[in-house]
Ligand binder design. Sequence first.
Ligand code: PLP
Length: 388
Amino acid sequence: MMERVYLDNNATTRLAPEALQAMLPFLTEEFGNPSSLHGQGRAPARALMAARHAVLELLGAEADGEILFTSGGTEADTTAIRSALAADPSRREIVTSTVEHAAVLALCDHLERQEGVTVHRIPVDGDGRLDIEAYRAALSPRVALVSLMWANNETGTVFPVEGLAELAHRAGALFHTDAVQAVGKMSVGLRGTDIDMLSLSAHKFHGPKGVGALWLRRGVPFQPLIRGGRQQRGHRAGTENIPGIVGLGRAAELALCVDHGAVRLLRDRLEQGILARVPKARVLGDPLDRLPNTSCLAFDFAEGEAILMLLDRAGICVSSGAACASGAMEPSHVIRAMKVPFTAAHGAIRFSLSRWTTAAEIDRLLEVLPPVVDQLRALSPFGAEEVK
Ligand code: PLP
């Protein structure tokens, strides 16, 4: 069977074998409930604590806050946003951006429509960088929370969250960052920053799916999203997903050792290789500050979905825009927010690498992609002429 080349690591990643090994005992003999007072609960309780420390260490925030385990990035985002609104009912505004993940944007749409919250969606420029003037203008004593992503899932553009958080605090607002794509793919250090809450998700950095965490700075006002038992000090009721949390903890330990520079070198080989071989291709996202593993390229006069399908036929997995937008022929909300010209907006493809991506895999892509784009452009009413 043909070996698949997996270049869709912003959608999800392969579980690290070490994470699987760490999880297995908690799916078998160590099945206990960490809240139990008897012996069977002891190992799960200890494992929960160890995972908490591992995540805090990955975030460079050992002494500054606590970890709340969740069912993933979406629940962490929802908890942060709803908690901030509940903490100070006199503040009924949220500031976010036009390029956030649906986990934030769909909730903000709902809060605006159903719960009378005012939402400021700050625009970005053609490279996906936040409009800082518009951001400053939106901050006021009415704002309960700023929620801005650390790194964009489609383009990899990194927002300067440390400075943005400082500005939020000056206006008396809390600051949450959706760091689901940043954690494990670049170094994130929370110590000394004004960030109050941070969301992460295990399956984006070789942990299991369905488990994530919300980091809360010590002393930040908090209201639980899920109420019930006293698990996690009442901050998130429900018996903990111990195998998942153990996998998350092990993945966090492994993420500390990743050589992001090596990933960046391979990503640059991919990008430069494509730009050298395919005319009328452009890189989307901030040229100066992007995730080292992500490359979003737009090909004029070629349909992204069609490129994706033909690459898939050759055993290469990529994404066109956000994974959740696949299947729709519309350019994603991120591409639209960046006002990418029409001829390119429909031909955007995201390549996202992992620490296991090899040079041979990149070279395979560089062999397969150019004829695929040529073939599609030949079918386009404008493509063949325009790219000459
Ligand atoms: N936020 C960002 C930036 C993401 O990329 C994703 C997943 O694609 C999420 C949130 C949602 O995370 P989860 O799938 O763990 O709910």
